[in-house]
Design a binder for this molecule. Structure first.
Ligand code: NAG
Ligand code: NAG
Ligand code: NAG
Ligand code: NAG
Ligand code: NAG
Ligand code: NAG
Ligand code: NAG
Length: 802
């Protein structure tokens, strides 16, 4: 069975009562997994010297990692290979590894899923994932750019519509089509309607490849597919011609290639212009295993009220949606350097308290000065999308950009506010204003005799709590390496690389849904958006903003999406195992952050959902009876969805982490010590003793305890793994992170953790296709040569089972 279904949230709904607008957000995410894209560790030494590259001083490194990556790609694909080094490549301070992202081009057009992530350290290629297209370049009779000239006219539409009519051909499995192979009477009516557009279709033979579909047709067809419900979709089809004619198409320039690009304005059901750019995208070869074919496609970026899609519509068959990622991820499928004069203080449930049942509120202050040099309430005026009335600009010194201080929940990392109306606008939504003393202290009054609006009565507290939690997450992830150059979320980046203008927009008590939460992650340089909902699962109703685990889960989508496949690629965790891990990491971090030195099993979202096992099937537990998930669990019915897959991944990571805790102990804080006045970060009790390289330079510090080390390895692993990783790739990336950071000291424990839940070295997926399916096998053994397992194949491996 191929999971190409629109993942409406109601599937699997059972135990929870679901409110009127409850999680009915429609979200499409599907596409093929590339047969060749897996994490490879070169067996021999592949380094600058082997490419004949000379040493040159490059940011303190002896070799330019981009040059090494380019030579490496040429060694794989020949000197004629067409590619570009993506601008979101960076050197990671924690591991010293350069993450170089190489994007393939064919005929000067980008292959949007043709990427090689080359991980380079000291001039050496230590690992890479490769999803380049390996066949020959297609040729066309028609120059794609001719499509845009002359500007959009009637004849043009006709051409496109004609091609639409030729498109009801065999469609490779796994793709969504506007009308099925066997059209219903309604489909036939729609086709007739298109024909009535008076376009000349006679000359078009089925399958003729050079016909390019008009981008506005592709975009409108996508909207028909993605429309929030069937009625909207039917209405669009009924007035198809009229809709098409009202679209305004404005040519723009592609930032990365010479391919034609346009902006399409006035598209129904969108919240801004749709961007369309000609690109290639790969699909599995229908007959040849491990081979892909190139499809010319319109690469669409589509902002909608409840979704932000990156979609690929075939540019030669107007009804084919090839792949799509929704940058918005839901919480779950309902089972149903300037110390401030005035320190802001917040009366909130402090970091580590998961929800109001875990402790009382207290007045706290503080932010991490390394992660947030200006604190949480200030930014240069040029970085603010809107200048708060209450902000008092500093008098600028000469050309200096004035630093604005805000007395509301508005700052460099997070914009938090109510969104009771569930609208898309957010800039002028209400935020608590703490005034000049900066005391954010509001009442918490959950009414026993609830009304639907009960949580509204403590709205200012909710916004404050959300602002606090989201900023803490920004700061803690920063300290483990989710910094400016790796694509974190900040308005202003302090000249430290990456793109700014992307603080997280946090909507508290968002009126667009109930009993859920979601997060949108566009590429670096565009704001992330978190929407937190009220839960009607208990009386009085509960506010998801007050459950830190849910906020952490959501923000972690931003972390994993930006770190996997590079900051500028938001399409790497869309579906399948990759999409599932996108959910799993969030649960893993939420659970890790709330856990204490006394071991305990934890549920996810149990307070908000008012359900002891929370919003997943099982609690996270070391006990096989309490949580029986293993790798093979993914074969079970009900486990095709990303949340169920994620639960298995989070459970496996929980085991791995606890093995590390058993060896290295538990750190009561996950926050590393603050930097000293001279910028040096002290080891404190948090890090292992510092190590120095041959030249006496201090190497990056490594957390010493099991929980803090697990956080580091998982985050560093995300940077190493390729786009669309499998469980195997993510496991191997964590092992490589340990190799880089500790010299592989924890190899045995990490393998034991993975093997305990079936993800040993011989675990396999047989008969899987790029569109899914297949049968998984658990493996509980350990690799040869690890944990003292004998290398000698004649030894009985049974003895070494865990
Ligand atoms: C395809 O790749 C898989 C996994 O690497 C391999 O087992 C299989 O033999 C390959 N098939 C062909 C036809 O190359
Ligand atoms: C909160 O404080 C009250 C009294 O001050 C105490 O009775 C209660 O147990 C505390 N709640 C929690 C969850 O710690
Ligand atoms: C704004 O905050 C910065 C530090 O965050 C401080 O140096 C500056 O004096 C403040 N400006 C005003 C006008 O309060
Ligand atoms: C929340 O705070 C704002 C600004 O500080 C204030 O105007 C508003 O009345 C408060 N709302 C509630 C419900 O207390
Ligand atoms: C809630 O309402 C019930 C009946 O409607 C009433 O008996 C009870 O006293 C109320 N409780 C509170 C705390 O107001
Ligand atoms: C595992 O959980 C089951 C069910 O709760 C319990 O009976 C058993 O004692 C637990 N095992 C261990 C080792 O704690
Ligand atoms: C920074 O200060 C600390 C403590 O004063 C000192 O031990 C360390 O050597 C200093 N580091 C540098 C790079 O100056």
């Amino acid at each position: 069975m191929i999971p190409l279904i629109a993942t409406t949230l109601l599937l699997a709904s059972s135990a929870l009562s679901v409110g009127a607008h409850s999680g009915a957000r429609k979200s499409l995410s599907f596409g093929p997994k590339h047969p060749t894209a897996k994490l490879n560790v070169p067996s021999g030494r592949v380094d600058a010297a082997s490419f004949g590259l000379g040493k040159r001083a490059h940011c303190g490194h002896e070799y330019d990692p981009k040059e090494v990556a380019a030579s490496f790609v040429q060694s794989l694909y020949g000197s004629e290979a067409e590619f570009r080094i993506r601008a979101d490549s960076y050197i990671d301070d924690h591991t010293g590894v350069s993450h170089i992202y190489v994007r393939q081009l064919v005929n000067g057009v980008e292959v949007m899923d043709g990427d090689i992530n080359v991980n380079v350290r000291d001039g050496q290629v230590i690992s890479y994932g490769d999803s380049f297209y390996r066949g020959s370049a297609p040729t066309y009779a028609m120059d794609p750019s001719s499509l845009l000239e002359p500007a959009h006219d009637q004849a043009h539409h006709c051409e496109a519509l004609s091609s639409y009519l030729t498109s009801f051909l065999a469609v490779p499995s796994g793709q969504l089509t506007l009308t099925p192979d066997h059209p219903t009477p309604e489909d036939a009516e729609f086709l007739a309607l298109l024909q009535a557009h008076n376009c000349h279709t006679a000359s078009l033979e089925a399958g003729e490849p050079e016909q390019l579909v008009d981008p506005s047709v592709s975009a409108l067809n996508f909207i028909v597919l993605a429309a929030p419900d069937a009625e909207v979709s039917a209405a669009l089809k009924e007035n198809y011609g009229a809709h098409l004619m009202t679209l305004a198409v404005i040519p723009t320039e592609s930032l990365t290639s010479t391919a034609p690009a346009v902006e399409i304005h006035d598209m129904p059901h969108t919240t801004g212009p749709v961007k369309a750019e000609l690109a290639y995208v790969q699909t599995p070869h229908p007959d040849e295993e491990n081979t892909t074919v190139l499809n010319l496609a319109w690469h669409l970026t589509v902002p909608m009220e409840d979704n932000a899609y990156e979609a690929f519509m075939s540019a030669t068959r107007a009804n084919r949606l090839i792949s799509v990622v929704d940058w918005v991820s839901d919480a779950y499928v309902p089972i149903p350097k300037h110390p401030k004069k005035i320190e802001p203080t917040y009366n909130i449930w402090t970091w580590g308290l998961n929800d109001p049942t875990e402790g009382n509120r207290s007045m706290v202050s503080g932010y991490d000065k390394t992660a947030s040099p200006f604190g949480w309430h200030a930014m240069p005026s040029s970085a603010s999308p809107y200048v708060d009335h209450s902000a008092k600009p500093k008098i600028p010194e000469e050309d200096e950009d004035p630093l604005l201080n805000f007395t509301t929940t508005w700052g460099n990392n997070v914009f938090a506010h109510e969104n009771l109306e569930g609208r898309n606008e957010w800039e002028f939504n209400q935020r608590p204003d703490a005034g000049s003393d900066m005391v954010f202290d509001y009442e918490y009054l959950p009414k026993v005799n609830f009304t639907n609006t009960s949580p509204r009565e403590y709205l200012n507290l909710s916004v404050t709590q959300l602002f606090y939690t989201a900023n803490m997450i920004h700061d803690i992830y920063y300290r483990y390496g989710f910094d400016e150059k790796s694509g974190n979320f900040q308005q202003h980046n302090f000249g430290k690389g990456g793109k700014g203008s992307d603080a997280v927009i946090c909507n508290a008590q968002d009126g667009s849904g109930y009993n859920n939460a979601n997060f949108m992650t566009p590429p670096d340089g565009q704001n992330g958006k978190m929407r937190m909902y009220v839960w009607n699962t208990a009386k009085p109703w509960r506010d998801g903003d007050l459950e830190a685990g849910i906020v952490i889960h959501e923000y972690s989508h931003g972390l994993s999406t930006r770190l996997t496949g590079g900051p500028a690629n938001s399409g790497c965790l869309g579906w399948g195992e990759a999409g599932g891990m996108g959910e799993g990491w969030g649960d893993f971090f939420a659970t890790t952050i709330r856990s204490t030195s006394t071991y305990q099993d934890y549920a996810m979202g149990d307070w908000a959902a008012n359900r002891p096992t929370g919003i997943r099937n099982y609690k996270y537990s070391l006990n096989m009876t309490v949580n029986p998930s293993t790798y093979k669990t993914l074969d079970k019915p009900g486990y095709w969805g990303v949340h169920a897959i994620g639960e298995v991944w989070a459970q496996i990571l929980w085991i791995v982490e606890n093995r590390l805790i058993a060896v290295h102990g538990f750190s009561d804080t996950l926050f590393p010590p603050e930097a000293l006045a001279n910028g040096t970060i002290p080891e404190g009790d948090f890090y292992r003793p510092a190590q120095y390289d041959a030249k006496g330079k201090r190497l990056p510090l490594i957390p010493k305890n099991g929980n803090s080390l697990a956080m580091q390895l998982v985050i560093s692993g995300m940077k190493l793994q390729p786009c669309r990783p499998s469980f195997f790739d993510a496991r191997d990336a964590i092992l490589q992170a340990d190799e880089l950071l500790t010299g592989g000291e924890n190899k045995c424990e990490i393998w034991k953790g993975f093997s305990e839940r079936g993800l040993g070295p011989e675990a396999s997926l047989k008969g899987g296709t790029p569109w899914g399916g297949g049968v998984r096998s658990d493996d509980y053994t350990l690799p040869k040569g690890v944990c003292g397992v004998d290398d000698d194949p004649e030894d009985d491996p049974e003895d070494e089972r865990l």
